[in-house]
Design a protein around this ligand. Structure first.
Ligand SMILES: [Zn+2]
Length: 447
């Protein structure tokens, strides 16, 4: 037995804590943060690690929007590869989306199938969203009781036939049910009719693809979700906001007390439609990446606090489905796979917009943890889980897709210069190496 009071002590010249950025010793006992003291406090750990002068200790990030796709489409991505990639990107908790796996997570049997598939494979902590589809309103309560963090629905075709979308009437009916538990409803907010009336996406021109998913389809869907939340009193969350037009009405709804939270994704904050090459279907996602001016307004929305959080929407597929051979945006799979690059991508652009690491941690750790009710995650605080990311914010690198850990190396960030390297990731006081999976499967309320 060692006489050390703590299992691990991390000495860091810069730590992003709930109280801002400070120099601290962070001590861990039994997987939890047991002390946060000044550097000279002399805390004794069985193991002591001193961070380099160019490193900052951040809380492990929380990514509430990841499509793992296992079982059923494991050739697209799986729990081992997705969680290894997430860990390499400083993420210590992810919540898995209910669709693209088969079965989709629309009843308790499917949730158990997913948990069984994930068990023993996960390198970080993993929770699950349930799905809200036509015909499963009677399953929602049981899924909620079984520990899903909330439910996801679409308002237009989801991209996979086994996960159909809700009609306007169904959205309201489901919200009324969810308000009673209460449970959160995540909405893919693009309007089915507005997209059906837009020009169809076909061919290799990005401008044509952009016209097929107009801002108006997002705007009308977001307005609809807000009013349904206002009427039912339910809690809603707008997924992957791309149209900056929707920001004023979201701000106004929140001032009125409507319970609505909002996320956007690193790709909407990084890229712009003007510079996406024709045929470059690795950039295809829905809603689409829009103009540079739109992107700047999304940054303003983050700064104003109207957008709560930034999550990856990691949505991989086998490379053939991106159809880079013909570059046709009409037939290519819509989804961007880059979970490992979320932090450097957001940090690179955040720094250029005058934001600091405290802001990035709020968007990518604290707020996501708050929205899903993970009380011990998302911040370095006494009693919290000892989940950390050792980040070197000034280190620049070029994205080499072959060095990424997700299953298929295709990414729109290929060759892009980014700032900020994740040097290590810690979960419950142990370094995540990608060898031994030590992540836990999470249930709502239990973490
Ligand atoms: Zn998604």
């Amino acid at each position: 037995m060692s006489a050390a009071e703590f299992d691990l002590v991390l000495r860091a010249p810069r730590v992003v804590t709930a109280a801002g950025e400070v120099a601290r010793c962070v001590a861990v006992r039994k997987g939890r943060v047991a002390a946060i003291e000044p550097l000279d406090a002399g805390l004794a750990g069985e193991r002591t690690i001193t961070l380099a002068d160019d490193e900052v200790l951040l809380p492990g990030l929380v990514d509430t929007h990841v499509h793992v796709n296992e079982p059923g489409r494991t050739e697209w991505e799986g729990f081992a590869s997705a969680t290894r990639a997430a860990a390499a990107g400083g993420i210590t908790t992810l919540i898995d989306m209910p669709l693209n796996s088969i079965p989709p997570t629309v009843d308790v049997a499917a949730l158990e199938t997913k948990r069984t598939a994930a068990a023993g494979q996960v390198h970080i902590d993993v929770g699950f969203w349930g799905g809200a589809i036509p015909g499963n309103v009677g399953e929602l309560r049981a899924l909620h009781d079984a520990g899903v963090f909330g439910f996801k629905c679409f308002l237009l075709h989801s991209g996979v036939d086994e996960f159909p979308h809700l009609s306007a009437d169904e959205l309201e009916e489901y919200l009324q049910v969810l308000a009673g538990f209460p449970a959160l409803l995540l909405v893919h907010a693009e309007d089915s009719q507005a997209v059906a009336r837009a020009p169809t996406a076909a061919g290799d021109r990005y401008a044509d693809f952009l016209r097929s998913r107009p801002r108006g389809s997002e705007n009308v869907a977001v307005a609809h979700v807000i009013e349904a939340a206002r009427f039912t009193g339910a809690r809603v969350h707008v997924l992957h906001l791309s149209s900056s037009d929707a920001l004023p009405m979201l701000a106004s709804a929140r001032r009125d007390g409507v319970q609505v939270s909002v996320e956007t994704c690193p790709h909407y904050l990084t890229f712009d439609a003007e510079t996406i090459a024709d045929g470059a279907t690795q950039f295809k996602c829905c809603p689409p990446i829009r103009e540079a001016a739109n992107r700047e307004l999304l940054w303003q929305g983050l700064g104003d606090g109207v957008i709560d959080l930034v999550v990856s929407d990691h949505s991989p597929c086998v490379p053939e489905l991106k159809r880079l051979d013909i570059g046709d945006f009409g037939v290519a799979w819509g989804g961007i796979a880059s979970v490992e690059l979320s932090l450097p991508a957001v940090w690179t652009a955040a720094r250029a917009h005058g934001y600091g690491l405290v802001d990035v941690v709020r968007w990518m750790a604290e707020r996501p943890a708050d929205v899903v009710g993970l009380r011990r995650k998302g911040r370095i605080a006494l009693g919290g889980d000892a989940a950390f990311c050792v980040f070197a914010p000034a280190e620049a690198f070029l994205v080499d897709p072959t060095r990424l850990h997700h299953r298929h190396p295709l990414t729109p960030y290929a060759g892009r210069p980014l700032a900020g390297l994740v040097r290590a990731t810690w979960l419950r006081g142990r370094e995540v190496t990608g060898d031994t999976p030590r992540g836990a499967l999470l249930s709502r309320g239990a973490a």
